[in-house]
Structures are given as structure tokens and as C-alpha cells.
Design a binder for this molecule. Structure first.
Ligand code: SF4
Ligand code: SF4
Length: 166
């Protein structure tokens, strides 16, 4: 694999890093004065207060369902194929022909559908590629977990991931 040399010459101001150090201290002092004397705050009291993110914000995925709570996904693998982070893993199975009232368009379903959220870069390619509008990105950004395993979301979780559906 080739390497890219990104080294560059530092300017005199960058070499005398003390200037940047003082600039940082002045900014900190300014923020302190703003907050202490003028009650002007630059941070919010999360989670009591939340910021308004853009309508285009891409958060955690969910799998849309129909009126019978059946996933719209037909396990076509397009999202898994297009995903640049390779964080979608699908195992397909045939829908039960006796209960499949959807016809040939939905002859398959995901037996399992896992997304490793820690690998995902939230590019939205999976949503764009999906021919069934089955996988969508919500506006939910509260994804803190205590282990890597908890960040692997399965079909059951993705079907009930409702917060901030957009
Ligand atoms: S948002 Fe991008 S990286 Fe994340 S699962 Fe979809 S295609 Fe993969
Ligand atoms: S979510 Fe959409 S693109 Fe992905 S397997 Fe299901 S139907 Fe295909």
C-alpha cells in the first residue's frame, strides 16, 4: 500500500506556539466573563436541553414496517452491498408462502438483519439504495452504549427504533 506524505513547513507564528497558547487563554477568559457577568452561555444543559439539528440530520437506522408490522425489507442485499463501511449483515429466508400475501415482490425476508453502529459512517447510501424504502435513517443521535456488542442492532431493535423517525 502506498503512503502519502502530508508534512509541511510550519509558519513562524506556528513555530512560536506561545502566541496560540495566549490566544487560547484569552478566549477562555472571554467565555468566562461572558458567562459569569452577562449570563451568555455557549454550552447547553444536555440532556435536559437539546439542540435543534437540521431536518437532514442522519441518525440511527430503522426498518419500516407495514400495517401488519411486517418489515418492508425483501432481503435483496442492496444496502449490504452498497455500504462502504461493511457494517450491514443480512441473512435471507423465504417468506412463508402460506402467509405471504405480498406476492412475488416480497418473496424473501431477512431472517436476521444486523447493523454495527460503531462502524457506520451514517452516509445514508443504504437508505438511497433500498428499492422498498425499508431501511431509513432516523434523527436519533442518542446512541451511547457500554459495550461494542450493544452497538450491534438486530432486526427486532431496528423495527422498534422509533425515536425521531423522519
Ligand atoms: S449509513 Fe452508510 S455506513 Fe451506515 S449502514 Fe448505511 S451505507 Fe453503511
Ligand atoms: S433494507 Fe432495502 S436494500 Fe436492504 S436488503 Fe432490505 S429491501 Fe434490500
Amino acid at each position: 500500500m502506498g503512503t502519502v506524505n502530508v508534512s509541511r513547513e510550519y509558519t513562524l507564528k506556528e513555530k512560536i506556539y506561545v502566541i496560540a497558547l495566549f490566544q487560547g487563554m484569552i478566549l477562555t477568559l472571554k467565555r468566562f466573563i461572558d458567562g459569569f457577568f452577562f449570563r451568555k452561555h455557549y454550552t447547553i444543559m444536555y440532556p435536559e436541553q437539546k439542540r435543534n439539528y437540521s431536518q437532514n440530520f442522519r441518525g440511527m437506522h430503522f426498518i419500516s414496517v407495514d400495517e401488519n408490522k411486517t418489515e418492508n425489507c425483501t432481503a435483496c442485499y442492496l444496502c449490504q452491498t452498497v455500504c462502504p463501511a461493511e457494517c450491514i449483515t443480512i441473512v435471507a429466508e423465504e417468506r412463508n408462502p402460506a402467509t405471504n400475501s405480498y406476492g412475488v415482490r416480497k418473496e424473501k425476508r431477512p431472517l436476521s438483519f444486523d447493523i454495527e453502529a460503531l462502524k457506520c459512517c451514517f452516509c445514508g447510501f443504504c437508505e438511497e439504495a433500498c428499492p422498498m424504502d425499508a431501511i431509513k435513517l432516523s434523527r436519533n443521535y442518542e446512541l451511547s452504549v457500554t459495550s461494542r456488542q450493544e452497538a450491534v442492532y438486530d432486526l427486532k431493535h431496528l423495527k422498534r427504533e422509533v425515536k425521531g423517525r423522519g
